[in-house]
Design a binder for this molecule. Structure first.
Ligand SMILES: Cc1cc2nc3c(=O)[nH]c(=O)nc-3n(C[C@H](O)[C@H](O)[C@H](O)COP(=O)(O)OP(=O)(O)OC[C@H]3O[C@@H](n4cnc5c(N)ncnc54)[C@H](O)[C@@H]3O)c2cc1C
Length: 263
């Protein structure tokens, strides 16, 4: 079984700042981490590898320094890593990102399962997984917290929903997006870390993928960020203290003073 895990390097969220002029994230001097949901995706793939045997390839699209994130996952036990990096991919929206990632999965040829995180904690759209599945024309399941591999070319996934858990049988090849409950990421082992240090990371640009340049990067992006801003805080906040009864009384008086209709 060949599993591809898509990981994205994101700024450490505690440090997210927006450039007021360009409306883009300020990345300079900000530490990068692997998107936390993608760490659960890596763990899920490695669990399948431990229990059923599988080849795990980790894939990212990003600048050259994203290779370090890939190397970290090799240290956890992933077998191969591919970095998609090319000026032609710069400025990609989610569709152009998905187009590029899907082209890489197609180029690999023998992929049974693609695992993505539920969402990236910076872009937060949760679009890339489902878009890739549409482009690859494979079934997909989101919010997956458990994956069981059957022998019949299918997997059984447990999905977390607002109402509870749904259990789906999904025919392979397929794509899933995963949540925290899939499993706490393991710590790197010395053996894998040593291998990761020397491992060669494949770097593919558009000459390897052969995409129409109009479908990648800014040219292939149908959406445009018009404005990004931090919301202004409206009014001052009041924190209620004391016993519940006391807090209810305070809240009642506060709403009365604010002339809330009906009080
Ligand atoms: C017009 C426009 C221009 C943009 N320009 C830039 C830019 O110049 N530079 C920039 O950094 N961002 C840019 N972005 C943001 C970029 O579109 C998103 O970072 C990207 O498409 C992923 O979307 P997301 O973060 O919402 O991921 P989600 O859809 O929330 O991610 C879900 C999952 O998909 C996978 N995934 C997402 N992105 C990647 C990736 N790159 N590699 C591997 N797996 C991935 C991960 O498994 C992740 O958990 C731009 C966006 C727009 C709309």
């Amino acid at each position: 079984m060949h599993i591809v895990v898509c990981i994205k390097q994101v700024p450490d969220t505690k440090n997210v700042r927006i450039d007021p002029d360009t409306h883009t994230l300020v990345r300079q001097g900000v530490e990068s981490i692997i998107n936390p949901f993608d760490m659960f995706a890596v763990e899920g793939a490695l669990k399948i590898k431990d229990e059923n045997g599988a080849r795990v390839t980790v894939l990212t699209m990003g600048p050259p320094q994203a290779a370090e994130a890939l190397r970290d996952t090799l240290g956890l036990g992933a077998d191969d890593a591919v970095l998609l990096s090319d000026r032609a991919f710069a400025g990609s929206d989610t569709w152009a990102t998905s187009t590029t990632l899907a082209a890489a999965v197609r180029k690999m040829g023998d992929v049974d399962l693609v695992i993505c995180g539920k969402q990236a904690v910076d872009g937060d759209t949760a679009q890339v997984g489902p878009e890739m599945a549409a482009l690859l024309d494979v079934p997909f399941a989101t919010f997956v917290k458990k994956i069981d591999v059957a022998r019949s070319g299918s997997i059984t996934v447990h999905r977390q929903t607002d109402e509870g858990t749904e259990v789906w049988k999904v025919q392979l090849p397929a794509l899933v997006t995963v949540i925290k409950e899939l499993g706490e990421p393991r710590v790197p082992s010395l053996r894998h870390k040593m291998r990761a240090k020397k491992a060669e990371i494949a770097v593919w640009g558009n000459s390897e993928l052969g995409l129409d340049p109009n479908s990648t990067g800014l040219c292939g992006s149908f959406t445009q960020v018009v404005r990004v801003f931090s919301p202004q805080r409206r009014g001052s906040r009041v924190q209620l203290e004391g016993s519940i009864e006391n807090q209810v009384e305070q809240l009642f008086q506060y709403l009365k003073k604010a002339r809330v209709p009906g009080l």
